[in-house]
Design a protein around this ligand. Sequence first.
Ligand SMILES: Nc1ncnc2c1ncn2[C@@H]1O[C@H](COP(=O)(O)OP(=O)(O)OP(=O)(O)O)[C@@H](O)[C@H]1O
Length: 300
Amino acid sequence: MKPLVVEQVMKQYGEKTAVNNISFEVSEGEIYGLLGANGAGKTTTMRMVLGLIYPDGGSIKYNGKPYSNEQLSRLGYLPEERGLYPKIRVSDQIIYLSQLRGMSRKDADTNLKYWLERFEVPEYYNKRVEELSKGNQQKIQFIAAVNHRPSIIIMDEAFSGLDPVNVELLKSTVKELRDSGTSILFSTHRMEHVEELCRNITILHRSNTVVKGSIKEIKKQYPRERVILTTENDVTGLESISGVTGVKLQEYGYEIGIQNEAVGGEILRHAMAQSTVTRFEIKEPTLNEIFIKTVGDRHE
Ligand SMILES: Nc1ncnc2c1ncn2[C@@H]1O[C@H](COP(=O)(O)OP(=O)(O)OP(=O)(O)O)[C@@H](O)[C@H]1O
């Protein structure tokens, strides 16, 4: 049985439909990407999954069961807006939050010490949150979401405000949680993180699902419109090949826009007539390109 099943969920605010018939499932040990432009309905969906607001239609099941207080201990939430108390010591609030979710004080304390060590900040145990930098507050917020060992975690912009070293640190932690069986609903505007972490995604646009499925399958549905070409010598005249939409010089060679895949063969023939070709690749679109295409096309 899937840990999280969202079925035809709807939410209405007066006349405004915030979420319209959205369905998806998150398996054990999966990071599921919930994507969409601003105002698409992601936060509303996450709040419904967390039981903070109720759907006006459809259902949400946790291991086959509807929401109940029992679910609270199973759920973890990393909100986009940070919600820690600035004046309270890190240890006091993390232990308190874990206890609220059913964990003993002793276990909460042991886990907190583990996480502070894992994030290389054991000295924060006795610090007040306001004494920490924004990025380090984010680490504590992350610990608040995971310390009670939830089996389902909702992460909204998990890596915002972090430097690249800390992004890698938290990313590896998210992967470890996944590998230990945790189900993660992951929302972000950073498509490269989604490509790295998620296998399946939903893209919402104006309350509706516009793209859904595995990233691999989704990519197959979009035309490949980019060629990567590396040659030993410079190649001239690439721009004038029929069907070429643009040529950019990159550090690895040429990045060439094409109208369709057939143009790729023409480019290869053209390049080989002038030089040895060391790399030739017709690239599939990036998730960022797919996002802009699907959401951008429909943007106001
Ligand atoms: N409490 C509310 N009352 C009225 N309308 C709301 C409320 N909450 C959300 N909405 C509306 O519902 C729609 C979806 O909002 P939501 O916050 O879920 O979007 P989002 O995808 O999380 O956006 P962002 O990426 O900007 O955080 C928006 O049009 C928003 O204005």
